[in-house]
Design a protein around this ligand. Structure first.
Ligand code: CAA
Length: 380
């Protein structure tokens, strides 16, 4: 076991940090306030090769490992989680699944522009009545011979309006329950597909989250990923890796709050000395730093297992559960350390606190992670 990052990994971390601090930070408060999707910033992220980080160069990606991906996710999430969720969904939930399970034709047509960042992808599993209970898909994909006829609604879809390629889970044979679900690639301009209004959210307000509607959308059979009925397994396998990305996002939000808290507590004076010299604040910083380091180890471990080709289902669930809990707890502490200043937008920590909450909800709530972890420890 060794804990050193390679020179390449350190270079990715540095590039991501510079991008976050120099490009993302100046406009992040305004984007949050105005719920403005970071379109220009996402273009620049694509130029860095960060939208298809783990995709092989032959398919337009950067060919990096998962450790590099989580390092970049952490640095970007320290500043703007609305950018990092777009990045995470494109990398983990869309590009990874297409590269792993797509046909050569699907890879050439869809993966290449997604990995280059010329197009953005979305992953569509959640429905009005199927969030945690993901097998209860109501969206239907009726087999019509050489195409599927898709009808239904998807909720809370990240990149909902900025995407042009959508991976959509839909029920083809309800008698087979989850074994009758397919994953279909739906393009933005297909007839019958429409995007609902943007959700007005507590956090990650720059990210465009939408309801999507499908009304008699004809999807060619060549757009199905994997064999008939593979859709639910596809979604679960993809989400296992996605959770590493969101764990890294939560880690970044928490680590960003710690960085701001350390800097502030060294400047702000009370009772005749810097507040960092008061044990009440110093111990908060100690608790934050310890939990964040533990989260980091869990995130890196899950990423390393994925890079080594080992099973990471339980590790990614543990990383997400722990990192998102730490993010929520310690962003609240960061606001407390900042006192009255923490409650106003200019100091960034109130946004990090609002952004942290979603990491306990999307890509599987904390309760869902506990289902995955408990089933794993009970069967090992
Ligand atoms: N890999 C492969 N197969 C898996 C799997 C995995 N990691 N996890 C489960 N499966 C398989 C099971 O083996 C089972 O198959 P068989 O019947 O053939 O054995 C099948 O999937 C059903 O699994 P379960 O019996 O465990 O199903 P369940 O109903 O008990 O639910 C669950 C399991 C873990 C709760 C699952 O429904 C789940 O993960 N729910 C949360 C969904 C979720 O994460 N949604 C996030 C939406 S996407 C998002 O948020 C993106 C974004 O925008 C940021």
């Amino acid at each position: 076991m060794h804990f050193e990052l390679t020179e390449e990994q350190l270079a990715v971390k540095k590039a991501a940090r510079e991008f976050a601090q120099n490009v993302l930070k100046p406009g992040v408060i305004e984007r949050d306030e105005r719920q403005k999707f970071p379109a220009e910033e996402i273009k620049q992220l694509a130029e860095l090769g960060f939208l298809g980080m783990m995709v092989a160069p032959e398919y337009g990606g950067s060919g990096m490992d998962t450790i590099s991906y989580v390092l970049a996710m952490e640095e970007i999430s320290k500043v703007d989680a609305s950018v990092s969720v777009c990045m995470s969904v494109n990398n983990s939930l869309v590009c990874w699944g297409l590269e792993k399970f797509g046909t050569e034709e699907q890879k050439q047509k869809f993966l290449v522009p997604l990995a280059k960042g010329e197009k953005i992808g979305a992953f569509c599993l959640s429905e009005p009545e199927a969030g945690s209970d993901a097998t209860s898909q109501r969206t239907t994909a009726v087999d019509m011979g050489d195409y599927y006829l898709v009808n239904g609604t998807k909720n809370w879809i990240t990149n909902g309006s900025s995407a042009s390629i959508y991976l959509v889970m839909a029920q083809t044979n309800s008698e087979l329950k989850h074994k009758g679900i397919n994953c279909l690639i739906i393009e933005r301009d297909m007839e019958g597909f429409s995007v609902g209004p943007k959700e007005n959210k507590m956090g990650i307000r720059g990210s465009d989250t939408h309801t999507l509607m499908f009304q008699d959308v004809k999807v060619p059979k060549t757009h199905r990923i994997g064999d008939d009925g593979f859709g639910f397994t596809f979604a679960m396998k993809t989400l296992s890796g996605g959770r590493i990305g969101i764990a890294a996002q939560a880690l970044g939000i928490a680590a960003g709050a710690l960085e701001l808290s350390i800097a502030y507590s060294k400047e702000r004076k009370a009772f005749g000395k810097e507040i960092s010299q008061h044990q009440a604040i110093a111990f908060k910083l100690a608790d934050m730093a310890t939990d964040i380091e533990a989260a980091r180890l869990l995130v890196y471990k899950a990423a390393a297992l994925k890079d080594e080709g080992k099973n990471y289902d339980c590790a990614s669930a543990m990383a997400k559960l722990f990192a998102s809990t730490a993010a929520m707890k310690h962003t609240v502490e960061a606001v407390q350390i900042h006192g009255g200043y923490g409650y106003v937008k200019e100091y960034h920590v109130e946004r990090l606190m609002r952004d942290a909450k979603i990491t306990q909800i999307y890509e599987g709530t904390s309760e869902v992670q506990k289902i995955v972890i408990s089933r794993s420890v009970l069967t090992d």
